[in-house]
Ligand binder design. Structure first.
Ligand code: PGA
Length: 251
């Protein structure tokens, strides 16, 4: 069966010292009990190796927030999937709406990034989601379906099964405006059907689909209670160990 997962996305926040402290705090908080979900933190590239050194990887997964769309070479400033993996990280967020919006990441680019992540044994947390206009004009289901088809549907079923998906309505990210549990469930059930139509019911049933967008300890229990919501990708609320743990404990 699919896993429940709560993953933090720190984005461009924390200095190295602050990040190591936050990771230690989360690690410490996980020592006392066994959560009913996998817990992951995705941190800036600069923090990966140091954070890896202070966490118990059997209780807390580590990921990057992006990786390059090239294997290696003359791409100044880029960080490859192999480099990410060499730090001890085992996850990578790909296709976040901020990457699509501010850094021009297309489905073509993302296809390559997903392939490189998998070649380096990184588990992609692949993000999809509509903007407000698409929510309001009613095209949101089609938009998300196309994002999935364009970037992922050339993959084999075996490779697709290695992915985690994260539905993040762009209008809910960092806005304090969460999708309702019914809005999330509608989309998650739809995504699962899109996967089932392509790869079959078993692959669809085994795919974890996380919700992201202003998820907090107060709204997580309701969202996670929905049958097709398998956890969360958490931005702002992951920057504080207590609120992040509050979401972990929602399961
Ligand atoms: P948020 O971000 O929780 O701050 O809305 C979620 C995300 O972008 O992954």
């Amino acid at each position: 069966m699919r896993k429940n997962i709560v993953a933090g996305n720190w984005k461009m926040n924390t200095t190295l010292a602050e990040g190591v402290k936050l990771a230690k705090d989360v690690n410490e908080a996980l020592k006392g009990f066994t959560p009913n979900c996998d817990v992951v933190i995705a941190v800036p590239f600069t923090h990966l190796a140091s954070v890896n050194a202070v966490i118990d990887s059997s209780k807390l997964g580590l990921g990057a927030e992006n990786c390059a769309d090239h294997v290696k070479g003359a791409y100044t400033g880029e960080v490859s999937a192999a480099m990410v993996a060499s730090t001890g990280a085992t996850y990578v967020i790909l296709g976040h709406s901020e990457r699509r919006q501010y850094y021009g990441e297309t489905s073509e680019i993302l296809k390559t990034k997903v392939a490189l992540a998998l070649e380096n044994n990184l588990t992609p947390i692949f993000c999809i989601g509509e903007v407000l206009e698409e929510r309001e004009n009613g095209s949101y289901l089609e938009v998300v379906k196309k994002q999935i088809e364009d970037a992922l549907f050339e993959m084999s079923a075996a490779d697709f099964s290695k992915l985690i998906l994260a539905y993040e309505p762009v209008w809910a990210i960092g806005t304090g405006k969460t999708a309702t549990d019914d809005q999330a469930e509608e989309m998650h059930a739809f995504i699962r059907k899109v996967i089932a139509d392509k790869y079959g019911a078993e692959v669809a049933e085994n795919t974890s689909i996380l919700y992201g967008g202003s998820c907090k300890p107060s709204n997580a229990p309701q969202l996670f209670a929905k049958p097709n919501v398998d956890g969360g990708l958490i931005g702002g609320a992951s920057l504080d160990a207590e609120s992040f743990m509050g979401i972990v404990k929602a399961f």
